[in-house]
Design a protein around this ligand. Structure first.
Ligand code: ADP
Ligand code: AMP
Length: 215
């Protein structure tokens, strides 16, 4: 089912399940998924100029500077008619830049979906997150374990823990979220396109809540 006019922001704390839900939405509705975290990790892995600039911030659980991220998003969105943004915007400067960019193209956001998950659940999810370094699949040792001990179901590669999923870095990411990203809830809440959903529950249950907002 291809949906032409969905321009969605998934907002929420780290570990809320944005990447998991963005992937499901992209697959089911045939919309382009733009995940700034994935793009940055790939750049770090390849050692590109972007990756070299971003690495120190990511390792510390800090935000990569706005000008770098906004430039990246401009390239990614180009003239796309529909997209799902996962992990962007994360600051007011980014949100305002996005509004300007989309206004210039006459294609404003259609949905901002805030996936809400309490802190203790976030820490539990993130410390148990494992990712496939080859194909990018995301698992959870508690909620969504691979079939064979820490091996990717899809490509058989040993899973790894993201370097920023250590408890001390997770705590800093939560602090950064509260200071810089949580204010976006107020920025968007006044608009008719804002929807808050409960991010606790099975992946399929959260997906159903998102779909009910899209309908
Ligand atoms: P985000 O992109 O918001 O940082 P992820 O989609 O990577 O979050 O999810 C964080 C971790 O929680 C992953 O290990 C993922 O498998 C797991 N997860 C995602 N959605 C749920 C859910 N509804 N219930 C439990 N665990 C989940
Ligand atoms: P994520 O995969 O969304 O958890 O992002 C991982 C890391 O990438 C973050 O902790 C930041 O260092 C960086 N990052 C991703 N998206 C952004 C963004 N929109 N603004 C600034 N930094 C970002």
């Amino acid at each position: 089912m291809a949906h032409d006019g969905y321009r969605i922001v998934l907002l929420g704390p780290p570990g809320a399940g944005k990447g998991t839900q963005a992937k499901l939405l992209a697959e089911k509705y045939g919309i382009k998924k733009i995940s700034t975290g994935d793009i940055l990790r790939e750049a770090v892995r390849k050692g590109t100029p972007l990756g070299m600039k971003a690495k120190k911030y990511m390792d510390a659980g800090e935000l990569v500077p706005d000008d770098i991220i906004v430039g990246l998003i401009e390239e990614q969105i180009e003239d796309a008619h529909s997209f799902i943004l996962d992990g962007f915007p994360r600051t007011l400067v980014q949100a305002e830049a996005l509004d300007r960019l989309l206004a210039e193209r006459g294609k404003p956001l259609t949905h901002v979906i805030f996936v809400n998950v309490p802190d203790e659940e976030i820490v539990r999810r993130l410390t148990a997150r494992r990712v496939c370094p080859k194909c990018g699949a995301v698992y959870n040792l508690i909620y969504n374990p691979p079939k064979n001990d820490e091996i990717c179901d899809i490509c058989g590669t040993p899973l790894v823990q993201r370097s920023d999923d250590r408890e001390d870095v997770i705590r800093n990411r939560l602090k950064v979220y509260r200071e810089s990203t949580a204010p976006l809830v107020d920025y968007y809440r006044k608009r008719g396109i804002f929807h808050e959903i409960d991010g606790v529950g099975k992946v399929e249950e959260v997906f159903a809540r998102i779909e009910s907002v899209l309908r």
